[in-house]
Each structure stands twice: as structure tokens, then as C-alpha cells.
Design a protein around this ligand. Structure first.
Ligand code: BG6
Ligand code: MG
Length: 252
């Protein structure tokens, strides 16, 4: 089944939501879900443009070609790995690499100061509130060392029970470490956890952790998730639980 459109934002699109019974379901029972772990960039807010502007400024200063298309490949990719992709084969010393990572981060930190609750993506706040009311724990699992600041700027700190960020673990996604750390902070088991992610590496990390995976975006990117949605817009906890229970049933 092809997924031709560039940007599938309609929940009414017949291709969505997609349940994927091929993905591993180790001991997963939708009735057991106790917590949600949200990736931040691209899930609760769209910082991709701000990361782009910061990388673009650095690339321009260094005379390296970089555009929005190249930026797409950096979704969910760590700061260092992003810089490596931008630099390509050009040789740089470790000191130069460190300086460039710091410079880019200065530009990015400047940009996120202007973020406000208006920068939350559609559907995010409604789902967070509904989950909280249902007694579901809420964690953040983000590769970013700026996650804390972004959460404060978005005004959602009081809705979050635990934050796993770029300081929490050594191994970046697709390793399961960050999500396992988040679940531990929440006091729940992996199989009681649902990860919501927009990056392929994040879905891989969630599955490797033995957690439920909900992918946001095109199937080409997040198709390995148990359930794929265009975005969080209009998504309720009741809908999601229903979708996940279909996956468990199909698998049995
Ligand atoms: C991820 C973003 O959440 O965090 C990436 O999707 C970013 O674009 C990565 O490179 C690291 O973020 P930071 O803020 O520590 O440079
Ligand atoms: Mg992301």
C-alpha cells in the first residue's frame, strides 16, 4: 500500500491510523498500560525549524552547503551525529568539532528563548491532560540537552512526571537506554509503557526496550511502530487504547 502524499495531516485519511501487527509485542497487553513516554522534538513541538536555522547559520559561516532537505535527515539525530552528517568527508579536529557543536547550540538556545505554549503541536495538550486525568504517568524521552528549557518554555512542566534527556544516558536512540531510563523514573515496567515518536531511530529504540510504539508521520519513516498516526491532532487516549488493543488481538 503506497503512501504518496508529502504531508498526511488528515486523521480522516483512510490510511490512518495504521496498526502494525508485525512489530514485536513482548508481553504487551493494552489493558496494562501505566505510562506514556513522549519524544519532544517533532512530537510535542516542532523544533526542527529552529535546529535548522541554527545549523544553517553555522554551515553558512563555515561555507558548507546545507538546506531544509538535508535538515530532514537530522530528525531525532544527536547533536554530534548531526554535525558529522553536515560536515561530510571534510576533516576537522576534535577541538573544531567541539567548537562547532557549542556554536550551533548557542544559536539554538537563543532561538528557543522565544518559544511559548503556542508552539505546542495540535492535540498535544489535550492528550497530556486526558492521560493525566486517567491516572497515566507521563514522561519525556528526548535526545536533546535542551529538553528541560523547551518544556519550561512550552509551559508543560507541571504535566510531566519524569524527564529523560540528552544528559540521562550514554547510548543514544536507537539504543533502548533512554526510554528504559524514563520508565524507571516513572516507576513502571517497559511493557506498561507507550512511546510516542516521530523518528525512525526512536521507534527502533522503543521496540528494543519492549515498549509499545506509536509513530507520528509517514509510514516510510515510522512504519515499524505498532500504530502510525499523522500527528496527535484529534487523538484521544480512548482511541489509542482501542488501536493498541487491536494490535494485541491480531498478534494472538
Ligand atoms: C533531538 C532532535 O530531539 O535532539 C535533534 O530531534 C537534535 O534534531 C537532538 O540534534 C539533540 O539536541 P540538542 O538540543 O542537545 O542539540
Ligand atoms: Mg523527535
Amino acid at each position: 500500500m503506497g503512501h504518496g502524499e508529502k504531508d498526511t495531516t488528515e486523521i480522516t485519511n483512510p490510511q490512518f491510523p495504521i496498526s502494525n501487527p508485525q512489530s514485536p509485542i513482548p508481553n504487551l497487553q493494552s489493558s496494562n498500560i501505566q505510562g506514556f513516554i513522549f519524544d519532544l522534538d517533532g512530537v510535542l513541538t516542532d523544533t526542527a525549524e529552529l535546529h535548522y536555522l541554527a545549523w544553517k547559520k553555522l554551515a553558512d559561516e563555515e561555507g558548507i552547503p546545507f538546506d531544509r532537505e538535508a535538515n530532514e535527515a537530522l530528525r531525532g539525530v544527536s547533536r554530534r551525529a548531526s554535525l558529522m552528517l553536515i560536515l561530510g568527508d571534510k576533516p576537522y579536529s576534535e577541538a573544531q568539532i567541539q567548537e562547532m557543536m557549542e556554536r550551533k547550540n548557542r544559536y539554538y538556545v537563543e532561538l528557543i528563548q522565544n518559544m511559548t505554549p503556542q508552539d505546542l503541536l495540535p492535540g498535544a495538550i489535550a492528550l497530556l491532560d486526558e492521560l493525566r486525568q486517567a491516572g497515566i504517568k507521563i514522561g519525556i524521552g528526548s535526545a536533546s540537552k535542551n529538553a528541560q528549557t523547551v518544556i519550561e518554555r512550552l509551559g508543560i512542566a507541571d504535566k510531566i512526571d519524569a524527564i529523560a534527556d540528552g544528559y540521562s544516558v550514554q547510548e543514544p536512540k536507537p539504543a533502548p537506554d533512554l526510554f528504559l531510563y524514563a520508565a524507571k523514573q516513572l516507576g513502571i515496567e517497559p511493557e506498561q509503557s507507550v512511546v510516542v515518536e516521530d523518528a525512525a531511530a526512536g521507534i527502533e529504540a522503543a521496540l528494543a526496550a519492549g515498549m509499545w510504539a506509536v509513530g507520528l508521520g509517514p509510514v516510510e519513516r515510522v512504519g515499524a511502530a505498532h500504530v502510525v498516526l499523522p500527528s496527535l491532532e484529534g487523538i484521544t487516549w480512548a482511541d489509542l487504547r482501542e488501536q493498541l488493543s487491536h494490535v494485541s488481538r491480531q498478534k494472538r
